[in-house]
Ligand binder design. Structure first.
Ligand code: ASP
Length: 420
């Protein structure tokens, strides 16, 4: 069996949804489970709505109505028959959120976030399942929250693999014999049946969870790029498609910030030797990239650019060494505030990191750090990572840049730079 994942860009409007349905139709004769993200930028919008509601800083209903309008406009373009039950189904999905918004916020932010933001995937999956059925696909909508179980770390649910696998294996193989199953990425539920999310961009991970539990042959992530490229075309001219990639290289690339696949996706697939394809929904006949067990190293150097980086330099106030207890305190602070360290370096008396400039969270960490350490901060930097680097590639990216920090191992070079 196969698992397909369609991201927000692939289902951003009625035309795109028709295209997705035609891809599904083409593969429907083999067992297929499809995971979809929220339509277009719906998740960003629902995130904004949650903030407005939580801070009581505006009218969340106004924002919800925008989401309603855009989804109903898509429905009207997809279904001529206004009596199709999907219209009621979508209207009812909104009612559940309206109930939450009618009261003032009683629960913590992360919990509310998951109850509200999960709406995006519920809407898109229902619309796509109904549309696929209307064009002759034997499709069936399933609620990912009945199958993917997590702890109650809201916004970053940790998967209970044992329970998830047991439920998926018990119920889905038989359905897959008769139906193309269409489910949501990004969401799961706790043992008390509260909705959780798996972290932003987590739909790829959902596809990997279903695939691993079902021992799928492959997962295909359908994207608006031809496959995995050796650099993001946003930053680089003349990018090259990588036709085949080892799991290890893929893990390394995503770890350093390549956004083509969610970092948590690859490990469960590697464990079961499930091939991960990255293909273009714009050119569905092309093969794209295959990520699998291979000794082949990347055929070309790969570049990853991260802008808006902050460099934080931490020195103990009493000039003592940076040792394990300092380090564990520092790591804990970053972990508690959910800040991912993109680059780190330590010497005898200082520890430095580069992290994304993310507003409130950084300010809170700096305040804590300053209680115990001397801290200096430099912002507006760029982090460039080259996998399989050589001097030529380094020179190429350093034009008009000055290096603030550089780290190299045999395969990977990371440079934190600023404009000259
Ligand atoms: N819709 C979610 C997000 O935008 C999950 C995903 O698309 O992967 O983060």
């Amino acid at each position: 069996m196969q698992v397909f994942k369609f991201g927000g860009a692939s289902v951003r409007d009625a035309e795109s949804i028709k295209n997705v349905a035609s891809i599904i139709a083409k593969y429907q004769d083999e067992p297929l489970l499809v995971v979809v993200s929220a339509i277009g930028k719906t998740t960003d919008f629902l995130e904004k709505l949650t903030n407005t509601f939580f801070k009581q800083s505006g009218d969340p209903f106004e924002l919800l109505n925008e989401v309603k309008k855009s989804h109903f406009s898509i429905l009207e373009q997809l279904f001529e028959d206004r009596f199709n039950p999907i219209f009621d189904d979508i209207a009812n999905s909104f009612v559940e959120i309206e109930w939450i918004l009618e009261e003032s916020p009683q629960d913590g932010y992360d919990y509310l976030y998951d109850q509200i933001v999960s709406l995006g995937e519920l809407l898109s999956s229902k619309i796509i399942a109904a549309y696929a059925a209307s064009v002759g696909v034997s499709s069936r909508w399933i609620d990912a929250r009945d199958f993917i179980f997590t702890d109650n770390t809201y916004r970053e649910g940790k998967v209970d693999w044992e329970k998830t696998e047991e439920k998926i294996r018990a119920e889905l193989p038989i359905l897959l014999d008769d139906y193309v199953l269409i489910s949501q990425g990004f969401i799961g539920s706790t043992s008390e049946n509260f909705t959780t999310t798996l972290g932003r961009e987590g739909s790829d991970y959902s596809a990997a969870i279903f695939a691993s539990c079902l021992n799928a042959e492959s997962v295909t992530i359908w994207k608006d790029v031809p496959g995995v490229l050796n650099a993001d075309p946003k930053w680089f001219e003349k990018t090259q498609l990588i036709p085949e990639l080892s799991y290890t290289d893929a893990i390394e690339l995503t770890y350093y910030g390549a956004t083509v696949i969610h970092p948590k996706t690859i490990k469960p697939l590697q464990n079961k030797k499930i091939t991960l394809n990255v293909r273009s929904f714009l050119n569905p006949d092309q093969k794209g990239t295959q990520i699998k067990s291979t000794n082949q190293t990347l055929p070309v150097p790969s570049f990853i650019f991260k802008v808006n980086q902050v460099f934080i330099n931490i020195l103990p106030r009493d000039f003592s060494f940076i040792v394990e207890d300092n380090l564990s305190h520092i790591f804990n602070l970053f972990h508690q505030h959910r800040i991912k360290i993109n680059m780190m370096h330590n010497s005898a008396i200082q520890f430095s990191v580069a992290v994304d400039q993310t507003g409130d969270n950084i300010a809170a960490v700096l305040e804590e750090l300053e209680k115990r350490y001397k801290v200096t901060v430099e912002s507006g930097l760029e982090l460039i990572t080259i996998r399989y680097y050589n001097q030529e590639t380094i020179d190429r990216v350093l034009v008009n840049k000055e290096i603030i920090k550089e780290l190299k191992d045999s395969y990977t070079c990371q440079m934190l730079v600023k404009n000259k």
